[in-house]
Design a protein around this ligand. Sequence first.
Ligand code: ZN
Ligand code: ZN
Length: 168
Amino acid sequence: MEHSQQVEQDASYCNWHPTVETRLSCSQCGKRMCTQCLVQAPVGIRCRECGRAEKMPTFDVQPSYYARAVGVGIAVAIGGGLLWALFNLFLGGIPFISSFAALAMGYGAGELISVSVNRKRSKGLAWIAGASVVIAYVISVPADSASWNPFGLILVGLAVYMAVARVK
Ligand SMILES: [Zn+2]
Ligand SMILES: [Zn+2]
């Protein structure tokens, strides 16, 4: 026995395939659709048009978002760089602690920029996040010449990766 809600609906034809009979309809616009046309959305099944419209905004990053991301990126680069420098000045001699600072920097930069653009993602945002970590590192370096070693550079690479991964 079928679900009562579905039994009440008469079988009709798919909006895109006039020869295919179907009982399914889109939860957004109500158009009839066959199994080839349905798209699984978080809120139910949708037709191909409504399913596609749902996915677009994530990648549609408006210029105002970039302006905000650049602003946050600069603040992160300068503020984070100074914090990082202070950190190196007082605690930089301890290897594990200084790697923690680099990773926290990468995580923080990615997180702050991601939040500022409502969790949108794009290649441009990835560049902003990566650049903010690199600038913060350059600002922090004069306080700790020891971080100009290969291990320090690997950590910075890792920090950039962490920041980029949150917005790409
Ligand atoms: Zn629809
Ligand atoms: Zn169809």
